[in-house]
Write a protein that binds this ligand. Structure first.
Ligand code: 6R9
Length: 643
């Protein structure tokens, strides 16, 4: 454990929106008078009718939480229209292509017009308030335009990461009941093409409810167009009007659905609503990144994940920021690409994931030193715990000891950052997400649900609603209540474990449920297992995470073959390819161990605790195996562990 302290530099504190004293004041106010606090913060976004009601509902019973209920607004107005008078000609989005020679500047005025055009196209296709629209796009400006165009007409977007397979895409389209799909001919990543339209075509065979497909031209590659379903995004937008009246939405009307993996079953559609989410996105983006007008801000996430929603699109645009969207990957054309982009566009604030830092660390310091990075002022981290080695490297090599690092803990469900340093207020400890933001009341509970005081380790829960939280699982409110509010009555359970030290700092220890975090992407072990058992040669599968140098966690699968099937290197490769195809490349197992039997209790429950230890090569402390139906299974698995 690294307890080295990095104090706030006086010049950083002096220039920041929030210093230590102000943080204490805000935090105290948010606890003593939450309604007053949020009534004031709500003013940061544009309302049609400002709210007079603040919070209703809590974490008990049916968990009906509502924020700003009588207010009305349109999210796209906060992100676009209200900036036009003052900063219409300021760049809203800098788009950096996969190709280092290509970029584009989109001003607020341009973005407004592009959003209005697409909104009019969607309207002409009959899309109405409350309809669901699926967005399956690469990291191009059209992705942000599509999200905002949906928001403009009150349609609910559901963005599906471009790396997901046709089956995963189809499952999400069906669950959300989408009428329209927005996709592209192809994506581009690291010099290679991604066949988005072909994937979409395969998915749509299972989705009769999709009436229209808008295909944006990204690479210009030839794709099949099925009339009358498929239409050219570019042609229809070119012919549409660049003005479109925003639809007046209630604060609690849905803004988007985003699917995320849990410990059981299919991915859940986390539903976020309009008013509270927008307040949270703006509030956290301004304070955590200490954003000031004119600064260039870059979050390297993909818009297919929640980080892209809140910290590439809604938060920065609500705050009138210049947000950079990067189509490519950190390693293309070479390992200094991130820092070249920083220099090229004079990026001030840079926000990425620990897995990217670790993979760049492996390439050594030269690719970083070949660039200046003089514009950088602040660094951020998100997606998984950042190990102190990676934190220190990020701070020393990338930030030249100059830039504070905000290690931001949050989840798809939370809508935005909950625990994070504020650069002008919080002394840093490498590896700790530090302190809760104003309005956030974390607690650590023991296994019996008792709140632990002071320094403690246990289950990380939240005690009070905050404006940005998800409101329900789309189409399945009982699952929402069951998943998040049934383990510990009266609390939101995050699924994460955490330690709180004597200074009140939080150290996230990782998931305590059956969710694994691979390169910052959430995967349910159950999802990978069901993909594996769908293969005709697999009888049973158990999947666990194991420590992985670059990815944080890797996927380790124990596979029992059906009778008569023999393990082989060929079959191993076939199963890896099978999971890639079923879910997507991010779910491909790193290791497959052939398991003639799995350790089960007498009631037939797989003892994952043991499988996790074997995968992590911690076979000295396997603990009590006496409750197993056949303890001999364990010896066999330990002996044949995959290196
Ligand atoms: C934003 C995002 C959420 C899970 C979360 C936790 C892990 C995210 C973290 C972190 C430690 C951080 N996580 N940020 N763990 N430190 N700074 O990643 O959302 O994809 O839903 O994942 O990621 O385990 O529960 P999501």
């Amino acid at each position: 454990m690294h307890e080295e302290l990095f104090p706030v530099k006086p010049e950083v504190a002096a220039a920041a929106h929030i210093n230590a004293e102000k943080y204490q004041q805000l935090y105290a106010a948010s606890v003593s008078d939450p309604d007053g606090f949020w009534a004031t913060e709500a003013k940061r976004i544009a309302w049609i009718k400002p709210p007079t009601q603040i919070l209703s509902g809590d974490f008990t019973g049916d968990v009906q939480v509502k924020w700003f209920e009588d207010g009305t607004l349109n999210a796209s107005v906060s992100c676009l229209d209200r900036h036009l008078a003052e900063r219409g000609d300021q760049v809203a989005i800098i788009w950096e292509s996969d190709d280092p020679n290509v970029h584009e500047h989109v001003t607020y005025r341009d973005l407004h017009a592009r959003v209005c055009r697409l909104a009019n196209v969607l309207k002409s296709l009959g899309v109405q308030k409350g309809d669901r629209v699926c967005i399956y796009l690469p990291m191009v400006v059209e992705a942000a335009v599509s999200m905002l165009a949906c928001a403009r007409i009150g349609a609910i977007h559901t963005v599906v990461f471009g790396g997901f397979s046709p089956d995963s895409l189809a499952g999400r389209i069906q669950d959300a009941g989408c009428r329209v799909l927005i996709t592209a001919d192809e994506g581009r990543r690291g010099g290679r093409k991604v066949a988005l339209k072909a994937n979409a075509d395969a998915a749509l065979k299972q989705c009769p409810g999709v009436e229209h497909v808008l295909v944006a031209s990204v690479t210009g590659g030839k794709v099949e167009m099925t009339a009358p379903r498929d239409k050219s995004y570019n042609e229809l937008c070119a012919a549409a009007s660049p003005e479109c009246e925003p639809v007046e939405m209630a604060a609690e009307d849905p803004l988007f659905i985003l699917y995320t993996s849990g410990s059981t079953g299919k991915p859940k559609g986390a539903l976020h609503t309009t008013g509270g989410y927008m307040v949270w996105a703006s509030f956290t983006h301004q304070y955590v990144f200490d954003y000031k007008p004119g600064e260039i801000y870059w979050c390297t996430a993909d818009v297919g994940w929640v980080t892209g929603h809140t910290y590439i699109v809604y938060g920065p645009l609500a705050n009138g920021a210049t947000t950079l969207m990067f189509e490519g990957v950190p390693s293309y054309p070479d390992a200094s690409r991130f820092w070249q982009v920083v220099d090229k566009h004079k990026v001030n604030i840079f926000y990425t994931a620990p897995t990217a830092i670790r993979s760049l660390m492996r390439e050594g310091e030269a690719p970083v030193h070949s660039t200046s990075r003089a514009s950088l002022r602040l660094l951020g981290s998100v997606g998984e715990p950042i190990n102190p080695e990676a934190w220190l490297w990020y701070h020393r090599v990338v930030g030249d000891h100059r830039c504070p690092i905000v290690d931001t803990w949050w989840q798809t469900e939370t809508g935005g950052i909950l625990i994070s340093p504020l650069p002008g207020a919080t002394p840093l400890k490498p590896g700790s997400a530090t302190l809760p933001l104003p309005g956030v009341q974390p607690v650590i509970l023991d296994a019996d649900g008792r709140e632990l005081e002071g320094a403690a380790e246990g289950n990380l829960c939240l005690k009070r609603p905050w404006p940005g939280m998800m409101r329900t699982v789309f189409g399945d409110h009982p699952r929402f209540v069951q998943t998040y509010f049934s383990t510990f009555k009266g609390y939101y359970f995050t699924g994460d474990g955490a330690r709180r030290d004597a200074d009140g700092y939080y150290w996230i220890t990782g998931r305590v449920d059956d969710v694994i975090n691979v390169s910052g992407h959430r995967m349910g072990t159950a999802e990978v297992e069901s993909a594996l058992v769908a293969h005709p040669k697999v009888a049973e599968a158990a999947v666990v995470g194991f420590p992985h140098d670059i990815k944080g966690q890797g996927i380790y699968a124990y596979v029992t073959l059906t009778a008569g099937e023999e393990p082989s290197e060929e079959l191993r490769k076939e199963l890896v390819a099978w999971v890639r195809k079923e879910i997507g490349p991010i779910a491909a197992p790193d290791a497959i161990q052939w398991a003639p039997g799995l350790p089960k209790t007498r009631s037939g429950k797989i003892m994952r605790r043991i499988l996790r230890k074997i995968a992590a090569n911690e076979t000295d402390g396997l603990g009590d195996t006496s409750t197993l139906a056949d303890p001999g299974v364990v010896t066999e698995l330990v002996e044949n562990r995959v290196r």
